[in-house]
Unconditional design. Sequence first.
Length: 206
Amino acid sequence: MTPPRPGRRTSTLLLGLLLAACSGAEEADTPADGLPANHPVVPSAVAAAGTGSAVVLETMDSGGYTYARVAIGEDEMWTAGPQTQLAVGDTVSLSGPMPMSNFTSNTLDRTFDVILFVDAFASGGAPPVATGRQGEVIQAIDAAGYTYLEVDVDGERLWLAGPQTAVAEGDVVTWEDEMAMRGFTSSTLNRTFDEILFVGSVVVRR
């Protein structure tokens, strides 16, 4: 995927979730607190992206995702999430927002300075329901401010990426606000994942 051009005051948020300089379908790893020195400044408006309302200013679908330029208060930013029917003027809430810098979308043939990935666009500004799944950690890798986890969920192995968290093999973890990305390449790990879930938070249960 490739993000649209940044708005007047491009912003990033939270959770950031996940990964280093994008290559084709990669993001810049960065958590909400403790952003890397080279990460764009996070405006205060973005901190409200997961709980407040955003107004759609521009929208397009590409590669199974919906890209939308939205306004939150005085700020504008580009967002991307699962393909959703949006129209200019719609009011939505953004679930599980995570910022990525220098993200290139191959399908749009475009690079975004900063884009906010979300796991869902909820209409009317109503916050979506969190995922709340759990699994046992098979392996954990920290890279560029993010933690990549291979987890076992009822016999199925999944890869997750989220804010850097102290996790060990054998830990049971839960996560919220997942968003699946296919064919994701992490330049910091020099690895392409067939599918990976970007999550808003990871909590160790034991």
